[in-house]
Write a protein that binds this ligand. Structure first.
Ligand code: SF4
Length: 260
């Protein structure tokens, strides 16, 4: 009971407004497990300013996610409770590290100056807005006249992979002058092949589309929430923050994977 009192003592976050009447009773059973012992809870905290990652934005722009609320929520809130991942993160990380190291060696052999991961972190702020977009290209390789922004992917190619690199190509020259004096190309490296993205891909049309989707994340009004079993099962936002979440049983997941 003490936990329920703690829940009610919390100010309702902006994205749950309108549900105040039900939250105490109707959703308590699903929200309660997210409360810590002692009365505190993992309630999401509103960010000082909106902050989105290029990876979420790329999936949104590619239409690979229909639930726009998920990236909107992550852009405006932090410290939210996460659904534990059953994805084999360690195996993925090792494969990705090996591929990145191979590409790095190749670029160094071509006498380029090569920067990796954390060295490439950027925080690009949208003009006239508080929205910041963060990103971290795997490799930035600087030659005499040419900069190549490279991302390494171990999974199946997706449209969002290309858009993610295009976002890097758009933001990096605005972040650091060194990129402006060079031709800036992009490259995706998969386990079996590569895709080159020319500088010309970052044109007025791309900028227009980029801004269209930035508007969704930048808006103070919550984006549309589109629950579906297919999407919620891969979403790491819990019912504590998304009461519409559709839970998929482990048996159903195993059945789907057997058919895939
Ligand atoms: S759990 Fe489902 S409805 Fe909720 S934010 Fe994630 S994808 Fe959207």
């Amino acid at each position: 009971m003490a936990r329920l009192v703690a829940l009610r003592a919390e100010p309702y976050p902006r994205y749950l407004r309108g549900l105040e009447g039900d939250l105490g009773e109707k959703n308590y059973a699903t929200i309660a497990p997210h409360f810590q012992e002692g009365g505190g809870c993992f309630m999401a905290v509103e960010r000082d300013g909106p902050y989105g990652w290029a990876t979420w934005l790329a999936k949104l722009m590619a239409g690979e996610i229909n639930c726009e609320w998920a990236p909107w929520f992550k852009t405006h809130y932090q410290k939210w409770d996460r659904v534990p991942s059953d994805f084999n993160q360690a195996a993925w990380q090792m494969e990705h590290t090996k591929l990145s190291r191979d590409v790095r060696s190749e670029q160094e052999a071509a006498s380029d100056t090569v920067y990796i991961e954390n060295q490439n972190t950027f925080h690009w702020q949208r003009e006239g807005s508080e929205l910041v977009v963060g990103g971290k290209p795997d490799i930035v390789s600087i030659g005499t006249n040419l900069v190549t922004v490279i991302d390494c992917k171990t999974g199946q190619p997706k449209a969002s992979d290309q858009i993610q690199v295009m976002i890097y190509m758009y933001c990096l020259p605005q972040e650091a002058p060194v990129y402006r004096d060079h031709i800036l190309n992009g490259r995706l490296v998969y386990s079996g092949h590569r895709v080159d993205i020319p500088e010309a891909a970052i044109d007025a049309k791309f900028e227009q589309q980029f801004n269209y989707f930035l508007d969704i994340l930048d808006s103070p009004n919550p984006a549309v929430r589109v629950p579906s079993a297919g999407e919620c099962r891969y979403c790491d936002i819990t019912k504590a923050d998304c009461p519409d979440r559709i839970e998929v049983s482990d048996d159903a997941k195993a059945g789907d994977e057997a058919w895939a």
